[in-house]
Design a protein around this ligand. Structure first.
Ligand code: GDP
Length: 510
C-alpha cells in the first residue's frame, strides 16, 4: 500500500529518485509506470523524417517564351502615415467609377484592377498595412511589381517613408514616387524630392532614373500622369506571364463572410483560373465555387495579374502571402494539405526534440537501466500489467462529490515506422488533463499481434494502428475479444480522434 501511495502521487520527474530507494520486488510496478510516464522517444531516438515530399504540389518551372503574354503590373502604395495613401487609392479607384465603367458598389477585397488608356490595366493592392506584401516577401514571393511611394509635398521623407524605401529595395521592387498634396499652400515638391536623396532615391527631376509625379490625391489632380508613369515602368520591366498550364496565384486577403463562408482574394500569377479549378494554399484547399471582382461582379475567367475573390475554401483559411497552386483532383489537393499539416507538426516535434536534449539523455539512461533490471529479474510483464489494471480501477473509483475525479482512457499503439511512433507519442504527451488521464499500455512498430489483442482485452484498451495492415485473423480475434481497433493514416486525424475520446470522457461540469 505504501507503493500504491507513491504511485498515486508520482511525479514523473521523481520517478528515478523513487526507484532508487525501493526494494526491487516493488520496483517492477514503478518501472512500468516510469516507462509509460517518460517520453518513450528517449528509447527510440529522434523522430525520423518520413519521406512523402512528392505528395506536395510544386510551382511549375519557367514557361516557354512563346506562351508568354504581357500582363498588367501589380502595384502597391506605400509611404508615411497621413501622406495620402488611402486618398490616392480611393482617387484611383474612383477614376474608374467616375468614368462610368462600373455601376456596382465597390467592396474592399484587398485588391482592385483599373483600366487605363488603350485598354491597359493596372492591379492595385490596397491591403491596409500591406500585410500581404510583407508576408509575401517573408516567403520569398514577389507580391508586387511596383511600389508607388507617396511623399507629402509639405512634409518630405519621414520614418515610414524611409522604411518603405528599404522594403522596396530589399524586395527588389521598382519605385515610382508620387509627391502628393501639391494643392496645399505650403507644398514644396522640390524639397520633398530632395529629401529622398539621402535614401539614394534620385528622381528624374534631379537627374536620376526614378519617375516622380506631382499629384493631389484629394483633388484627383494629375492622376493620369501617375498612371502613365506606371505603364511606362511596366513596359520597362517587360512583365509577362502565360495563361496556359496549371494556375498559380498569391493570396492577398482571406476572411469568412456570413452566408458565403471562407473566401480569399488572390491575384493570379500564371494560368487561367475558372470555376471548378482545384486549388491548394497553405493548409487549405478549394474547389472554386464562385469568383467575384471588387465590384461584386461575377468573374468567369481570371488571367495573370487579375485579382478575384474566390469562395469554396475548406479547412483552415489560407494566410495572405500564401502561394496558391492548382491540383489535378480534389484527392490530390487533400493529399498535399495532409502532408503540409503533418510537416508542420513534425517540424514542431523536431524543435521540441532539440530543446529537450539534456532531460532526454538523463531519462533515457534511467529508463534503459530500469528496463534492464526488469529483464534481468525475469519479471513477467503480465504481473505488472495486473498492477496497472488494478490501479486504474482504483483511480476510477476514487470519487469526489459523487463523480469520479477523473477517467482513464487506455490505449495501445501500433505504427509502421519508429519515426511515426515517436511523433504520435510526442503529441499524446500533451493531451493529458487533470480530469482525464491517458494511459498508454504498450506501443510497438509493426502490425498488431495476438498478444496486443490479449493485452488490450485485459486492460480495456483501444488499439490504435497507424499505417499498418491488420490481418483478418487479428480482426476476428479483436471482435471476439470485444477489442476496438481504430486505424489511421494521418497523424492529426488520430490525434483528433483521441482528443475527441478524451473530451467525451471528461466529467460533465455542473
Ligand atoms: P494615409 O494615412 O497615408 O492613408 O493618408 P490619408 O489618405 O488618410 O490622408 C491623410 C490626410 O491627408 C486626410 O485628411 C486627407 O484628406 C489628406 N490628404 C490626402 N491627400 C491630400 C491631398 O492631395 N491634398 C490635401 N490637401 N490633403 C490630402
Amino acid at each position: 500500500s505504501e507503493i500504491t501511495e507513491i504511485l498515486e502521487n508520482i511525479d514523473r520527474r521523481n520517478v528515478d529518485a523513487i526507484i532508487g530507494d525501493l526494494p526491487l520486488d516493488d520496483v517492477s510496478i514503478l518501472q512500468t509506470t516510469a516507462a509509460f510516464s517518460f517520453k518513450p522517444r528517449f528509447v527510440n531516438g529522434p523522430p525520423k523524417k518520413v519521406e512523402q515530399e512528392d505528395a506536395d504540389l510544386r510551382p511549375q518551372g519557367e514557361a516557354s517564351s512563346k506562351d508568354l503574354e504581357r500582363r498588367p503590373p501589380i502595384v502597391t502604395i506605400m509611404g508615411h502615415v497621413d501622406h495620402g495613401k488611402t486618398t490616392l487609392l480611393d482617387a484611383l479607384r474612383n477614376s474608374q467609377i467616375a468614368a462610368g465603367e462600373f455601376g456596382g458598389i465597390t467592396q474592399h477585397i484587398g485588391a482592385f484592377s483599373v483600366e487605363l488608356t488603350k485598354g491597359r490595366r493596372v492591379t492595385f493592392l490596397d491591403t491596409p498595412g500591406h500585410a500581404a506584401f510583407a508576408s509575401m516577401r517573408a516567403r520569398g514571393a514577389k507580391g508586387a511589381d511596383i511600389v508607388v511611394l507617396v511623399v507629402a509635398a509639405d512634409d518630405g521623407v519621414k520614418e515610414q517613408t524611409a522604411q518603405s524605401i528599404k522594403f522596396a529595395k530589399d524586395a527588389n521592387v521598382q519605385l515610382v514616387v508620387a509627391v502628393n498634396k501639391i494643392d496645399k499652400p505650403n507644398a514644396d515638391p522640390m524639397r520633398a524630392m530632395r529629401s529622398l536623396l539621402e535614401h539614394d532615391v534620385v528622381v528624374e527631376q534631379l537627374g536620376g532614373d526614378i519617375q516622380c509625379v506631382e499629384v493631389s490625391a484629394l483633388q484627383s489632380r494629375n492622376l493620369p500622369a501617375l498612371q502613365d508613369a506606371l505603364l511606362l515602368q511596366a513596359d520597362l520591366m517587360d512583365l509577362k506571364a502565360t495563361k496556359k498550364g496549371n494556375v498559380e496565384a498569391v493570396i492577398i486577403e482571406s476572411s469568412v463572410i456570413h452566408g458565403i463562408g471562407k473566401v480569399c482574394t488572390l491575384v493570379v500569377s500564371r494560368g487561367t483560373l475558372k470555376k471548378g479549378c482545384v486549388l491548394v494554399a497553405g493548409n487549405s484547399w478549394c474547389r472554386v465555387k464562385t469568383m467575384h471582382d471588387e465590384n461584386g461582379k461575377i468573374v468567369l475567367v481570371a488571367s495573370p495579374s487579375q485579382p478575384v475573390r474566390v469562395s469554396g475554401w475548406k479547412d483552415e483559411l489560407p494566410t495572405p502571402g500564401d502561394l496558391v497552386l492548382e491540383a489535378e483532383t480534389v484527392d490530390r489537393a487533400q493529399k498535399a494539405v495532409n502532408l503540409r499539416i503533418e510537416k508542420t507538426m513534425r517540424e514542431k516535434a523536431d524543435r521540441d526534440w532539440e530543446e529537450t536534449k539534456d532531460q532526454r539523455d538523463k531519462a533515457r539512461e534511467t529508463y534503459l537501466s530500469n528496463r534492464q533490471q526488469l529483464l534481468d529479474r525475469g519479471q513477467r510483464f503480465g504481473s505488472t500489467l495486473r498492477s496497472i489494471v488494478h490501479r486504474n480501477q482504483r483511480m476510477e473509483k476514487d470519487v469526489e462529490d459523487g463523480s469520479p475525479k477523473f477517467r482513464l482512457i487506455v490505449i495501445l499503439i501500433r505504427t509502421d515506422v519508429e519515426g511515426t511512433l515517436e511523433a504520435i507519442l510526442e503529441i499524446l504527451n500533451t493531451y493529458n488533463s487533470e480530469q482525464c488521464k491517458l494511459q498508454l499500455v504498450d506501443f510497438e512498430v509493426g502490425p498488431p499481434t495476438e498478444k496486443d489483442i490479449e493485452l488490450a482485452k485485459e486492460t480495456g484498451a483501444t488499439l490504435y494502428t497507424f499505417n499498418v495492415e491488420t490481418t483478418t485473423k487479428i480482426k476476428q480475434r479483436a471482435d471476439a475479444a470485444g477489442v476496438q481497433i481504430d486505424s489511421f493514416n494521418v497523424i492529426y486525424r488520430m490525434v483528433e480522434a483521441l482528443k475527441g475520446e478524451l473530451s467525451a470522457r471528461l466529467p460533465k461540469r455542473t
